[in-house]
Write a protein that binds this ligand. Structure first.
Ligand code: FAD
Length: 293
């Protein structure tokens, strides 16, 4: 199937892209890797009149280390981040998560920021960004602003990006060497979007009790969820299997799971709990040096 007719605009700077968004209004959309947008156009789920290509903007494909994290520019492709020495060293959860995103061919074209800006509730990366407290930089005609990942998602495919704005970069905070991290998901086949999944980062103190816990869930509701009840429950406790089970149950408290052809709300809640326990357990094992990072 072919997409409906559209005008192609190649932006040579962020200012150019933002001006084109302003000029063409509601009909304009940023084109990054095209791996979500073009299929949606082919299926007539989106009918933009103007596509603003940002992939040739100089320096927008950077994957660069900053004192306390790694910054991924809006044109950096999944595969570039997955293979980046900086990303693996500073924030190894990111390349680990990327291995679960789609297939290699799609990862060669799709971008990390495009994935995050698309806001699919079944995507892995938004849950990674939420667990890590990543920071989005958004540019518009009135300048730049920064939005934390926990305030970026509002609902399915709904984000803090305004109609004449674009994400220019996302900063993922560094994961300390002593921390354990994990992502796991249930998908019907490898490379498909997850039915549901979970992400965790755990740091332990010298006595083996949890000093810092981050847990997020994806595929359960209309947006990625930060499981703060689970995090609070874990803090200060020795993470025994029983404690981890209880934390995973707490992660699902008050969550209204969605349902679709892949599963009922109860089924999703069960998968969410099982995968929350699995990622916390793996992160704890890694924080204890029990598994290769
Ligand atoms: C068969 C298949 C399987 C897939 N499986 C998965 C999967 O398992 N997990 C997963 O997470 N993804 C999956 N994807 C989606 C893939 O990861 C996409 O690459 C990604 O979601 C979108 O990135 P993109 O760069 O291709 O964005 P595009 O398709 O170019 O854009 C997507 C949307 O985001 C907007 N956008 C893009 N960049 C910006 C920006 N910088 N600022 C503001 N708005 C922007 C666009 O306007 C558009 O609305 C799959 C795709 C396919 C085709």
């Amino acid at each position: 199937m072919k997409p409906p007719k559209f005008e192609y605009v190649r932006a040579s700077s962020v200012g150019d892209a933002v001006a084109a968004l302003d000029e063409h209004g509601d009909g304009a959309r940023i084109l990054a890797g095209g791996q979500s947008l073009i299929p949606m156009m082919n299926l007539r789920l989106a009918r933009p009149t103007h596509l603003i290509d940002i992939t040739r903007i100089p320096d927008l494909d950077r994957v660069e280390e900053q004192a306390d994290g790694v910054v991924v520019g809006a044109a950096a492709r999944h595969s570039e981040v997955e293979g980046s020495e900086v990303a693996r060293r500073v924030c190894p959860l990111l390349p680990e998560a990327l291995k679960l995103v789609a297939h290699e061919t799609i990862r060669h074209r799709g971008t990390v920021c495009g994935n995050l800006a698309h806001g699919d509730p079944h995507s892995e990366l938004p849950a990674v960004a939420v667990a890590l407290d990543a920071l989005f930089t958004i540019a518009g005609s009135s300048g730049q602003r920064q939005v934390p990942a926990t305030e970026f998602y509002f609902g399915p495919f709904m984000t803090a990006v305004g109609p004449s704005e674009m994400v220019t970069a996302v900063k993922f905070p560094a994961i300390p060497k002593s921390a354990g991290y994990a992502i796991a998901e249930f998908a019907r086949t490898h490379g498909n979007f997850a039915v549901a999944g979970a992400v965790s980062i755990i740091e332990l103190d010298a006595g083996g009790a949890v000093r810092r816990a981050a847990v997020s869930l994806f595929g359960l509701a209309s947006q990625p969820l930060r499981a703060s009840q689970a995090e609070q429950f874990l803090l200060g406790k020795i993470p025994t299997p029983e404690v981890i089970e209880k934390a995973a149950a707490a992660a699902l408290e008050g969550v209204e799971c969605s349902e679709d052809m892949h599963g009922s709300a109860a089924y999703r809640a069960n998968i969410g709990r099982v995968y929350a326990a699995r990622v916390i357990s793996t992160a704890v094992a890694r924080a204890n040096g029990g598994e290769p990072k």
